[in-house]
Design a protein around this ligand. Structure first.
Ligand code: SF4
Ligand code: SF4
Length: 366
């Protein structure tokens, strides 16, 4: 479906848009399944959606077509390829969970791989990585990750309390002797430096694993945090050490705006904030925007499941001068593809247009 690498992407948008406009929805739905006619029931009758004229709102069809025409007509001045500033790190984040970060991340990775780009998907949502459900990578290596934590030799300790006084994370308490709370320890070793008796030493505490592999042209990396382990940032940093020296790295961030998210987006070249048109989505989007602004990261907003109510998000973005780089329509077909663990880009032609427009807009923002 995707064009080979080196093909002019503006032409791609136009071609995809024209194909999309020509395509009969019924025929497309019939091609949606995993080799089978997904819109057809076992008895051969047409199933859900097979007889529908459109699976997307007409308004969206028109909008996607006009976006393609705008690109064809040179309607996006300042378009600049950022692939020469390698590696390009695109972080996919959101305030609220469940807005479609992984959908955008894996589809964008597949689109770029089909264009012949060197692309890498890094799942930094280490508490619940799920990109593997869609990319289905062949895992080639697993590397355990640990962090240094401190242990105290009670025989040597004099109980002077100096260590507890310097510990900003309250990971040490001195009763008669020091007690270390390893889950709180950040392992920077300040306590060992100040201990006058040399009673403190480091040991390694495993926190998770980094897995690397490949999936149809996409280099794959994911972190898996041990169950109950609160220290996600060190594992995220270990995942990011695998960013390739060139190409495009797509980093799927955890939801929220706390330390693990900051660890992902702090050095990203561009942050895509994926949101949904609900009051919760908008509330958390505002927090996420404040975070990326605080970090000085370029960013844009993707509205997923754009349907009734998304005007509030659009108004917010307009008022704050935040680029809205994509509106993904509320589409039951896309939801069904997602629920089957499939890649919408490979099954729904309109996603080719959507993702190509998205990539163009990311590039133009650089
Ligand atoms: S290494 Fe740092 S965080 Fe851990 S106990 Fe020592 S001072 Fe506290
Ligand atoms: S600084 Fe060293 S000697 Fe003093 S309480 Fe802590 S571990 Fe013991």
């Amino acid at each position: 479906m995707g064009a080979a690498g080196g093909v002019d992407s503006t032409k791609e948008v136009g071609d995809a848009t024209r194909r999309w406009n020509r395509t009969d929805r019924r025929e497309r739905w019939a091609r949606n399944g995993n080799g089978a006619r997904a819109g057809t029931r076992p008895d051969g009758r047409l199933g859900y959606g097979a007889g529908r004229k459109l699976c997307l709102p007409v308004v969206w069809k028109n909008r996607a077509a006009s976006a393609g025409r705008a690109l064809l007509a040179g309607g996006m001045p300042g378009l600049r390829c950022i692939l020469d500033a390698a590696p390009v790190k695109i972080a996919i984040a959101s305030g609220k969970g469940g807005t479609g970060k992984t959908t955008v991340a894996v589809n964008l990775a597949c689109m770029l791989a089909d264009r012949g780009e060197r692309v890498q998907y890094l799942d930094c949502d280490v508490e619940a990585p799920n990109g593997h459900l869609f990319l289905k990578p062949r895992i080639e290596a697993r590397e355990p990750v640990g962090i240094p934590v401190l242990v105290v030799d009670e025989e040597t300790c004099t109980g002077c309390r100096t260590c507890a006084e310097v510990c900003a994370y309250h990971a040490l308490a001195v009763l008669k002797k020091p007690v270390v709370f390893p889950e709180l320890c950040h392992g920077y070793g300040g306590c060992a430096l100040v201990c006058p008796s040399g009673a403190i030493r480091e040991v390694n505490r495993p926190i998770g694993v980094v897995e690397t592999g490949r999936s149809e042209g996409v280099a794959f990396v994911q972190g898996r945090l041990n169950v109950g382990e609160p220290m996600a940032p060190p594992l995220i940093r270990a995942v990011k050490k695998n960013v390739l020296a060139d190409g495009v790295a797509i980093l799927n961030a955890p939801p929220g705006t706390s330390c693990p998210v900051v660890a992902v987006v702090r050095d990203a070249d561009y942050v895509l904030l994926v949101t949904e048109p609900t009051p919760f989505g908008l509330h958390d989007l505002k927090l996420a925007v404040a975070m990326v602004r605080g970090l000085g990261r370029r960013h844009g907003v993707v509205i997923n499941r754009a349907t009734l109510g998304y005007g509030r998000v659009r108004n917010f973005c307009a008022a704050e001068a935040i680029p809205m780089v994509l509106e993904i329509p509320d589409d039951r077909f896309a939801a069904e593809v997602y629920s089957r663990g499939q890649i919408a880009f490979r099954l729904l032609p309109e996603w080719h247009t959507l993702l190509t427009v998205l990539w163009q807009r990311i590039q133009s923002a650089s």
